[in-house]
Structure formats: structure tokens, C-alpha cells
Design a protein around this ligand. Structure first.
Ligand code: PGA
Length: 242
């Protein structure tokens, strides 16, 4: 695992955006895996800035998001569809036909999950996957005690995740209790992984992910086995490991 400790949140975001921009410059038809949440917001801002400098285009890029809340419509302000439009897609020249996010309102969720996995495979797999990490060690919405062999599936969210994500909703009751998420196996098949973490509340989980045992109790620990992971943390999140 390559580890970059950035001076602050802005530098973390810029470093990650530079890496993704380089991926697109080197391979304009890249398949990108994208993440949502508080952490990557700065990253998307920096990536849009680089795009606006005219150095590359998203015209041939395909994207697959990690997850979507179960039951939230695309137009819901808390949906990850909405988040992605606001933070990235409306600012760039991507063909929306090439954008993929699980449909949390699909009638047949099992079929939606199967079809999603199939689309990733048909696109040739993910070249670069962006990840955040939950304070409980989740990646995507793969919560502790996950099955490492899982592919895209419906997951029940942990109390800790519901609590952490309630900051984006007007009340905790509004946070969906389940979501569609790429599985650990899907994530592990990506060629390159970029994991971002910022703030002191992530320091402990980052230390356990790097130095602790590989265990389903800390889903992100499986990344120790991936051949090409770059972890970019700010100073606070990088405070607890040597
Ligand atoms: P956050 O979420 O970026 O909002 O902290 C990360 C995650 O839950 O994966």
C-alpha cells in the first residue's frame, strides 16, 4: 500500500484529483469507480478545476458508483444520484449514458444488483476506484462482518453508519436503513484503488486498516491484499500510524 500523508484536506483532495486526471489523460476511455460522502467533495471540486483547464475530457470515460440508498429516488436531494450530478457530472462533458449508479428504487433489487455487476464486467472492469472509509471500517456500504466474496448486493446499514450519515439528513429517522452496494469482491477486482480519509475521527480506523489483522470485522483491512492501493490521508487521519 502506498501511503501519502497530505498537509491538509485541500492537499489530500488535490493529490487525489491529480491522480485521477492522470489516469484519464493516459487512458481517455477509463472506467472509473466513484464514491460519495463528505470526504470526496473537495476531490470533485479539484477534479472539475483540472477539467476546466482543458487538459482532458470525460467524453469517453465510463463511471460506476459504489452505492446508492435503497428507496431513494434519483431526484431526492440525499440520493447519491443527486450528489454526483451536483458535485461532478453537471460540470463536465461526460455522456450521461456512460454514468452508472445503482437504482435504489428498482422493483427487482436482486436483478438490479446482478445487472450492475454485469455492466461493470462488460465495460472491462474498473481501472481506478475511489474509496472513502467509514469510522467502522466500511468501504462502499460493506459493513463489519461482510462476506469478502460478496458482489453487488443489498446491505443493511449499521447503526454507526446511520448515525454518521444523519448529518446529511434533517433527522436520523430519514436515513434509509439499507442500500445497494458494490461488494468487496467487486471492489477488489478494480485495477487501482485510491482511498481518501480526512480528520482525526478517521485516524484509528486507518491505523487498524494498515496494521491490524485482515478481518471481515474491519472490511477495509482486505485492501492489504490488493496490489495497487494508494491511501491519501490528511495529517489528522494519518496521526496514529508510523
Ligand atoms: P464520509 O463517509 O466521507 O462522509 O466520512 C465515508 C464513508 O462512509 O465511506
Amino acid at each position: 500500500m502506498r501511503i501519502i500523508v497530505a498537509e491538509d484536506y485541500k492537499e489530500m483532495s488535490k493529490t487525489a484529483a491529480d491522480m485521477m486526471a492522470s489516469q484519464i489523460i493516459l487512458k481517455p476511455d477509463s472506467v472509473l469507480g466513484l464514491a460519495t460522502g463528505g470526504t470526496p467533495m473537495g476531490f470533485y471540486k479539484e477534479l472539475v478545476n483540472l477539467y476546466k483547464q482543458g487538459k482532458f475530457s470525460f467524453k469517453e470515460v465510463k463511471t460506476f458508483n459504489l452505492d446508492e440508498y435503497y428507496g431513494l429516488d434519483k431526484r431526492n436531494l440525499q440520493s447519491y444520484h443527486y450528489y454526483m450530478m451536483e458535485n461532478l457530472f453537471k460540470h463536465i462533458d461526460i455522456d450521461l449514458e456512460n454514468v452508472n449508479i445503482p437504482d435504489g428504487t428498482a422493483k427487482d433489487i436482486d436483478e438490479e444488483c446482478r445487472a450492475y455487476e454485469d455492466k461493470i464486467r462488460k465495460a472491462g472492469g474498473i481501472h481506478m476506484q475511489l474509496l472513502g472509509i467509514g469510522i467502522n471500517g466500511h468501504i462502499g456500504f460493506n459493513e463489519p462482518d461482510v462476506k469478502f466474496e460478496a458482489i453487488t448486493h443489498l446491505v443493511n446499514l449499521d447503526e454507526e453508519t446511520i448515525e454518521a450519515n444523519s448529518r446529511f439528513f434533517s433527522s436520523i429517522e430519514e436515513v434509509p436503513r439499507s442500500a445497494i452496494s458494490m461488494g468487496i469482491k467487486t471492489i477488489m477486482h478494480s485495477k487501482k484503488i485510491l482511498l481518501l480519509a480526512a480528520g482525526s475521527e478517521k485516524a484509528q480506523v486507518i491505523e487498524r486498516m494498515i496494521n491490524g489483522p485482515i478481518t471481515p470485522e474491519l472490511p477495509a483491512s482486505i485492501l492489504q491484499l490488493h496490489p495497487d492501493v494508494t491511501l491519501i490521508v490528511d495529517k489528522e487521519a494519518g496521526d496514529k500510524f508510523d
